[in-house]
Write a protein that binds this ligand. Structure first.
Ligand code: AHR
Length: 522
């Protein structure tokens, strides 16, 4: 790093050793029974675009445009008080329940069967979470048999009777959600969860050894048990675990300054390094034969202070007595509206995930529709793209092949939380077979534009000629707080920009607080 704020930035690939291949599950998302994510989001039977199952076709179109590969379901905090059976069978016979996580009425009009059908239409893999809050081993095994079992056993036959003859083939299962969090129904100490997840994972693998099982990690890198939780859980349950989850949300008011907020990926990188070290410790303690990978299965921007305030008000009201009034159905919750700066932050979080894809083999941006989401769906009205839609979609569709973490020589920007950090963050993906590459880059400097020189000449198998740029897009607004809204859904959309290509080097300028993508062939 140099001290000047206006110097050019050089991005080089050095020895050009790939970090790893781009994991297909890097572009996952998350659908929770929360607010209007499910009801009024993916499912709205009286919407003009609803299909024969009640799924919104306009939302399905945007999900495909977003490029989502895998979707975690049904929670989240919701799952810790959920009976998966409630969402199966004829809709008019499903029980209505109270959801303790979000203080709502759950009608169970959507459940596993419906989500399976929706996923087939969306073209996405399913990642299921089981309830470790009010339930555990028995319910997890029954659910596994219902979902994946061959016809001929009681639970599998129940699925067949419900209209799904084929096993759903769900490989990836989260064993609970954020069980370290005091807000979680049935939350546990590290030792309690370590014992529980070990038993559940062991039994699930007796049923199907090819499952990929995810243990809850810490709810954030700022939990009091962070590190201790991972070491205890992973060491105890190592033999039957494939993944440990990581969750991290960021927002501007939660950071010390706008500059700190733009550098949020530093926190994510530290989180990844610590959890990877704990996974390595567990492997060493067992003289193990496999790595436990990271599943970053909740990440993104969430203005969580709004929710915290709402929850505090409910609790204060409840402390005055019992409240027998019905709880709301699918209320407007966590419907954050994102800005240009939020999109730049999410762009840099995606770059960080890709740069660490040797350890992070799965990730789910939270969530998909209406609730802290890239897609908004108006009741009876149109669906539209938030600013954060664009960096995700570009990576999901065009980050292919191998990932290269380039050396970046950039001016420093000062942050209170992370000290001096590079103004620019970048990653390159390169598919040697198709000869298509993608450069993703952010200028996270709040004050200065920067000019980049990017040297791609050492990409393996790249031709002697300069790379040819096939497509460019930049997301920036002079007002970093400008948002897309229902009234103005296209206020902030990426625009093409000029890149010069010369002798294997690309040159271009990026304004302060911007995200850019350059597709090339070489
Ligand atoms: O995504 C919103 C919530 O954030 C999830 O339910 C929970 O897992 C996390 O705390």
């Amino acid at each position: 790093m140099t001290a000047t704020t206006h110097a050019d930035v050089s991005v080089t690939l050095g020895g050009a050793r790939a970090v790893a291949d781009v994991p297909a599950r890097m572009f996952g998302s998350f659908v929770e029974h929360l607010g209007r994510c499910v009801y009024g989001g993916i499912y709205e039977p009286d919407h003009p675009t609803a299909d024969d199952q009640g799924f919104r076709s306009d939302v399905l179109d945007l999900v495909r445009e977003l490029g989502v590969t895998c979707v975690r379901y049904p929670g989240g905090n919701f799952v810790s008080n959920y009976n998966w059976e409630d969402g199966t069978g004829p809709r008019d016979q499903r029980p209505v329940r109270r959801d303790l996580a979000w203080h709502c009425t759950e009608t169970n009009e959507m459940g596993i069967d419906d989500f399976y059908r929706w996923s087939q239409r969306a073209g996405t893999e399913i990642m299921l979470a089981v309830n470790m809050g009010t339930r555990g081993l028995k319910a997890a095994l029954d659910e596994l048999e219902y979902v994946n079992g061959a016809p001929g056993t009681a639970w599998a036959d129940r699925r067949v009777a419900n209209g799904i003859p084929e096993p759903m083939g769900v490989r990836m299962w989260c064993i609970g959600n954020e069980m370290d969090g005091p807000w979680q129904v049935g939350h546990m100490t590290p030792e309690e969860y370590a014992l529980a997840v070990d038993k559940v994972a062991h039994a699930m693998k007796l049923a199907e050894s090819g499952l990929e099982l995810v243990a809850c990690g810490s709810s954030s890198a700022h939990m009091p048990t962070f590190g201790e939780w991972e070491r205890t859980v992973l060491t105890k349950a190592y033999d039957n675990l494939d993944f440990v989850s990581c969750h991290a949300y960021y927002y501007e008011r939660g950071a010390k300054s706008l500059q700190d907020y733009l550098a949020s990926s530093e926190d994510m990188a530290g989180f990844i390094a610590t959890v990877a070290a704990c996974a390595d410790e567990a492997k060493a303690a067992h003289n193990g034969d496999h790595d436990i990978a990271l599943s970053f299965d909740e990440w993104g921007v969430w203005y969580s202070d709004v929710w915290n305030q709402q929850e505090a008000e409910w609790k204060a009201a409840a402390s005055e007595g019992l409240h027998p009034e019905p709880w709301p159905k699918a209320p407007h919750l966590l419907e954050d509206i994102y800005s240009a700066a939020d999109a730049v932050v999410e762009g840099s979080l995606m770059i960080t995930l890709l740069k660490h894809c040797d350890r992070v083999r799965s990730a789910s941006r939270a969530q998909l529709v209406n609730v802290i989401a890239p897609i908004m769906a108006e009741e009876h009205g149109p669906a539209w793209r938030q600013t954060v839609f664009y960096p995700f979609a570009e990576a999901a569709h065009h980050a292919k092949g191998a990932v290269f973490a380039p050396e970046v020589d950039a001016p420093a920007v000062h942050t209170e939380a992370y000290g001096d950090v590079d103004a620019v963050e970048a990653v390159v993906t390169w598919d040697e077979e198709t000869r298509e590459g993608l450069l993703l880059v952010v200028n996270r400097d709040i004050a200065s534009a920067h000019t980049l020189h990017v040297d791609l000449s050492t990409l393996p198998g790249a031709g002697a000629d300069a790379p040819a740029v096939t497509h460019t897009m930049m997301l920036h607004d002079d007002d970093p707080h400008r948002q897309n809204t229902a009234e103005q859904p296209d206020a902030v959309v990426p625009q093409p920009f000029d890149v010069t290509a010369d002798d294997g080097r690309l040159s271009f300028a990026m304004p302060a607080i911007s995200w850019a993508a350059v597709r090339f062939t070489a």
